[in-house]
Design a protein around this ligand. Sequence first.
Ligand code: C2E
Ligand code: MG
Ligand code: MG
Ligand code: MG
Length: 283
Amino acid sequence: HADVAMYHVKERGRNDILFFDKAINEQAEARAQLEDNLKTAINTQQLFMVYQPRFNISGTEILSAEALIRWKHPEQGFISPGDFIPLAESCGLIVELGRWVLMQACQAAQEWNENTGQNTPVSVNLSARQLHDSSLLIDIENALNQTGLDPSLLELEITETMVIQDMETVISRLEAIRTIGVRLSVDDFGTGYSSLIYLKRLPVSTVKIDKSFIDDVPGSSGSENLVKAVISMSHSLALNVVAEGVETEAQLSFLTENHCDEIQGYLLAKPDSAETLQRLMRK
Ligand code: C2E
Ligand code: MG
Ligand code: MG
Ligand code: MG
């Protein structure tokens, strides 16, 4: 901060520095506060998981469900994972949190499959730090062993941006995960490098097209072309394609016409408790 503040001394003058220092302090305080709150949340059961089903393209069958974390703060109410996951990531809490998420998700999937007699996989989002942590494979094996979930019923979602750094190490780690029978998917596809090279090199079986592109179809020719290209590119690599954030019938028609394999979104189901999902599976 000192360097930046000095820059301001030279360039702008004293009032600007005071303002700047105050802003930085407030930001740092808010961050420290949130970090403290998150530690408490982990220890006091303010965190819980919800599950959002993924359907076949006709919407008649639940093929799997994505585990999504929720934080209900006693005073502040719901805090979005989009806000606290990056924070947990930067302060290192994510490894512990991610371990807990894996265990919860495997437990839930084991239960719903026992209760329904179906074999519906669960998918879990990984964070960059987890992927770069050498304990990941052990954490996964522990979660599977302790819950009894079959490895083929676990899928892990990664993003392309996570693998850029230290790519060789990450790929060999992913291959080890794949070897025990756990599947992998690429999340938020289209927002990162979206390159064939990555898709071809990563041991993944599924590509999830980011909601921001689905939002714009049909209508925007840019997004329409991107979605079509991702579908045909993925199919040429024998990958399964999921559209994320499907909210309208028009989107669904577009995706059906263009041979998308699976859909996830509010049109068919919002994220909800494992019990609610289980009821939905029975129908
Ligand atoms: P994501 O993995 O891409 O998850 C999809 C997000 O889109 C979820 O938001 C889901 O609730 C939302 N969504 C699904 N369908 C629709 C729809 O039709 N309309 C709209 N408006 N939204 C839809 P959520 O649960 O807020 O999670 C946001 C992001 O936070 C996730 O994006 C994921 O990157 C991260 N995240 C959530 N749970 C976890 C977790 O347990 N671990 C890690 N590492 N990250 C997580
Ligand atoms: Mg995801
Ligand atoms: Mg996504
Ligand atoms: Mg994401």
